[in-house]
Design a protein around this ligand. Structure first.
Ligand code: C2O
Ligand code: CU
Ligand code: CU
Length: 558
């Protein structure tokens, strides 16, 4: 008997429905702390039909038989899947029926700043707000989640997240798997407890490492399993975990094809056996089950890797995410060999380089004397009402993330889709860095350079770490995208011309001298730069020839 995805969609994960699908007998097994060997059937959130998105606390059985208090959207966890075509308008009313503030963010969706879900725009308990904007971007697997100041981690962990899928005719014409063969999988790291609830009670370590769990739910289902036909499937993987980085693998090293990263299709499929998926990231993959025998199973896994440099972190541990179980029906069509080309940014057109230094807070190695403080971006702790830098609308910039700390940090700017230019730890970029991105993993010691151009909307946006505990602890900055000429903020702006560097400093830079280094890290050697100061409209500029060794700049007090 064939249980199609459409049937699952019509179902919900409510207790009544679970009882009706024969899971009652399994409840007894679970009461003895055994999860049925077959796992629990994967379910899918309903499709959002317009109208309200109401956030409200509810009781849901995440583990069948064990009611858990969750934060649901329109009664479901995860929230309903928003699915729109390019050119359509996204209209919704967000109703906050929680007893705390709330704002929802459309991750990867290029909406106007005031509807983007900036923590500044959270509404109080009982209030609501309206959304109405046109979807004008590449088809892709995007998502949404709560983004409330210092409540993001708890609200997302408790259920306030879902898919936001954009379709377009170009993608539709490629012959990719559709309908029940196009399967969204929201992967979320969970910490199990005896009561089988979604308790979010982070300790001191959790605020520093992120809230790491020991099991994974898929679309809210623990130990999930999906019956698959002998067919080609598109899985839209979304890492909606608070902090867990997955290294996705299939079975015993089976090959699969990566077809899309965060923001839509790659020019062509890339065959892989594993790929990194950090919190916030998406990867669409094609899996061919043609030779998959009836009744056999293959696991979707997270493979081992060396992750955080901190003792006690479980990042990089092997995990079973879910199972696929074969059925002897179906037939497979050919996978397309060409997907959607895109025009890469030209790094030589970059107007300036912006550096984001990720450092440990004062207290140094492992000290974290500041208590709940995560690592910092450019030494700054998030302050909701402070603007940390401004970005000229339409300028191509290089954003360099330097991770001088000990934890992995998936960095995510709002309001833009970007491309990865280079990664200091790899001579060539791994497949997960290709195409259009909105979140990039920066490992300890790495320098990751990205090409960023804000050409969709002006306004205030945030840049933050997508480890949600880090974000809530203040690893987030505010910036303004503005078409008006602006004075650069307190950070240096570095522009590489063909034969010279132009480093622009704030007006008060006269009490400082400019220093350069070839590389960053504990043994960085900073040497003074001899410059010919010239005045430019943006402020004080230092202009000097490229000498090949200077890579990073700072101002040192004279
Ligand atoms: Cu998905 Cu500001 O984040
Ligand atoms: Cu986002
Ligand atoms: Cu982080």
């Amino acid at each position: 008997m064939k249980s199609s995805r459409r049937e699952f969609i019509r179902q919900s994960t409510s207790a009544a429905v679970l009882a009706g699908t024969g899971l009652l007998s399994e409840r007894r097994i679970l009461a003895n702390h055994l999860i049925p060997a077959a796992g629990y059937p994967l379910t899918f959130p309903p499709i959002f039909q317009g109208g309200s998105l109401e956030a409200k606390s509810a009781l849901k059985e995440i583990w069948p038989g064990f009611p858990a208090s969750v934060l649901a959207l329109n009664g479901t966890v995860p929230g309903p899947t928003i699915r729109l075509k390019r050119g359509e308008r996204f209209k919704a009313r967000v109703q906050n029926s929680l007893n705390e503030p709330l704002v929802l963010h459309w991750h990867g969706i290029l909406g106007p700043a005031r509807m983007d879900g900036n923590p500044r725009d959270a509404v109080a308990a009982g209030m609501s707000y309206e959304l109405d904007f046109a979807i004008d971007q590449r088809a892709g697997t995007y998502w949404y989640h709560a983004h409330t100041d210092r409540l993001t981690a708890k609200q997302v962990y408790s259920g306030l997240a879902g898919f936001f899928i954009v379709d377009d005719p170009m993608e539709d014409s490629l012959g990719l798997p559709r309908g029940e063969f196009d399967v969204p999988l929201l992967l979320q790291d969970r910490r199990s407890n005896a009561a089988h609830t979604l308790d979010y009670s982070p300790g001191m370590d959790d605020m520093i490492l992120g809230f790491l769990g020991d099991t994974t739910t898929v679309n809210g289902v623990p130990s999930a399993s999906l019956s698959v036909q002998r067919a080609l499937y598109r899985f839209r993987l979304l890492n909606g975990s608070n902090a867990r980085v997955f290294r996705i693998g299939l079975g015993e090293g089976a090959k699969f094809k990566l077809i899309a990263n965060d923001a839509g299709l790659l020019p062509a499929p890339i065959e892989v056996t594993s790929l990194f998926l950090a919190p916030g990231n998406r990867a669409d993959i094609l899996v061919n089950f043609t030779d998959f025998a009836h009744g056999s199973t293959v696991e979707l896994k997270s493979l081992a890797f060396s992750g955080d440099m901190t003792m006690g972190s479980t990042q990089g541990e092997t995990r079973t995410i879910m199972k696929f179980v074969g059925q002897h029906v179906g037939s497979v069509g050919p996978a397309p060999t060409a997907l959607l080309p895109f025009t890469p940014h030209d790094p030589f057109e970059a107007k300036r380089t912006r550096q984001f230094m990720i450092t440990m807070p004062d207290g140094g190695h492992g000290g974290h004397m500041a208590g709940m403080t995560a690592d910092l971006i450019n030494g700054l702790l998030y302050q909701m009402d402070r603007t940390d830098f401004t970005v000229p609308f339409g300028d191509l910039e290089i954003w360099e993330f330097h991770n001088m700390a000990e934890h992995m940090h998936p960095m995510h700017p709002h309001g833009v889709l970007f491309q990865v230019l280079s990664r200091s730890s790899a001579p060539t970029l791994p497949p997960e860095d290709s195409g259009w991105k909105d979140t990039v993993l920066v490992r300890p010691g790495e320098i990751v350079r990205t090409l960023v151009k804000f050409d969709a909307h002006e306004g205030p946006f945030v840049l933050h770490c997508h480890n949600l505990e880090h974000e809530d602890a203040g690893m987030m900055l505010n910036f303004d995208v503005t078409a008006a000429p602006t004075v650069e903020g307190p950070r240096l702006s570095v522009r590489r011309q063909v034969s010279e560097f132009i480093v622009t400093a704030p007006h008060d830079a006269t009490a400082y001298r400019l220093e350069a280094t070839e590389h960053l890290g504990h043994d960085a050697l900073w040497v003074p730069v001899t410059v010919t100061p010239t005045h430019e409209i943006e402020g004080l500029a230092f202009r000097f020839p490229l000498d090949g060794s200077a890579q990073f700049f700072r101002l040192a007090k004279i």
